[in-house]
Design a protein around this ligand. Structure first.
Ligand code: GLA
Length: 354
């Protein structure tokens, strides 16, 4: 018997390093954070099993929506995520059921901490559980859910993002970073042991939306670089061939190749217990995102400077850029400056006691 009420939590993420590599078949090293989105689902009459009605409430915004998955037209804002998640689940054959959804969360929106993926993943887990998918053997694997959420983001929200955020939210674990290889689609847990050093977040104050920023343009530039090089993904490019690319495509590809190397170096630094090396890699990643990938803003630069002046051993923007949050690495005896807060790796998406 499917449950009459369920609740699902999905976390946001911080990407330690490996930015704009996911849609280039590269490497990244994110971790799930404590902040996230909770979706409570209550089974409800209204609509039939084949045409269930979904009623959704965004508690933090005081707004509501009501629709039939599959029939629902595209919508803007948070409704795009809910309609998209339900429609994509229906398309994937997951049994849906009439339900009222209560959505709440504490990941700041547009701050580069992946509030979008937290929302998509929590919605999917809640809709799958209230639909009773596990009961009739139609359970989706976590990687299928990540793909499905990426389709919501790409086709319903209009942001041509990769799968970094969704995989981090679904596979996160306490005290663990995830080394993701986006070509092989493998996820390797890496102990996030910093020996008393801490990671902190400072919001730059600049808000961004991937659908509206230069994000889609960067992705298109990488696709164009691949076309010119006759390869499917920048993972297959080498330094010699990218040197012949026209500007700014050469710069973009150089960032991606260098960033993949930095992810491997960061995994090695963590295993060797060398936080100073990790700090230098964060700085190098930021410089590359600013100078080669060109996704920084004056507010982002000011926030990076603030963390460095406060004694961070490394600092860089996290997420897609064009605003959002800055990550800093602090030695145990250096206080985190006002406005910043410590982040730790927490559990991945899961069902809660409803
Ligand atoms: C955003 C996107 C991710 C990824 C990062 C940049 O967070 O959602 O898919 O591309 O930007 O690394």
């Amino acid at each position: 018997m499917p449950a009459e009420r369920v609740a699902a939590f999905a976390p946001g993420r911080v990407n330690l390093i490996g930015e704009h590599t996911d849609y280039n078949g590269g490497l990244a090293l994110p971790f799930a954070i404590a902040e996230g989105v909770t979706v409570r689902a209550y089974a409800q009459e209204g609509g039939s099993r084949s045409r269930p009605t979904i009623e959704a409430h965004a508690s933090d915004l005081g707004e509501r929506d009501e629709f039939v998955p599959g029939d629902a037209a595209a919508a803007g804002g948070w409704r795009a995520f809910v309609r998209g998640a339900a429609a994509e689940l229906a398309r994937a054959g997951a049994p849906l059921r009439g339900a009222r959804l209560e959505i709440s969360g504490n990941v700041p929106r547009g701050a580069g901490l992946s509030s979008s993926a937290a929302l998509e993943v929590a919605l999917c887990l809640a809709l799958i559980a209230i639909g009773g998918a596990q009961d009739d053997g139609a359970a989706l694997e976590r990687m299928d859910i990540a793909r499905l959420c990426a389709r919501v983001e790409n086709d319903w929200v209009g942001a041509h993002t990769g799968m970094l955020d969704q995989i981090a939210s679904l596979y996160g674990a306490p005290a663990t970073a995830l080394c993701i290889d986006f070509a092989a689609l493998t996820v390797d847990p890496v102990p996030l042991a910093l020996g008393g050093w801490r990671l902190a977040i400072l919001d730059s104050g600049d808000r961004h939306t991937h659908a509206g920023s230069g994000y889609n343009e960067r992705r298109a530039e990488c696709a164009r670089a691949c076309e010119l090089l006759g390869i499917d993904s920048l993972r297959d490019a080498d330094a010699e061939s990218i040197a012949r690319l026209p500007e700014p495509l050469r710069l973009r590809a150089e960032h991606v190749l260098g960033e993949n190397e930095r992810v491997l170096a960061a995994v090695a630094a963590l295993s060797a217990g060398e936080p100073e090396t990790l700090g230098r890699l964060l700085d190098a990643s930021h410089a590359s995102l600013r100078d080669l990938y060109e996704v920084s803003t004056p507010a982002v630069e000011a926030a990076v400077e603030r963390l460095r002046r406060a004694g961070a051993s490394g600092a860089r923007m996290v997420g897609g850029g064009f605003g959002g949050s800055i990550l800093g690495l602090f030695a145990g005896d250096v206080p985190i400056p006002a406005g910043g807060y410590e982040v730790r790796a927490g559990p991945g998406a899961h069902l809660l006691a409803a």
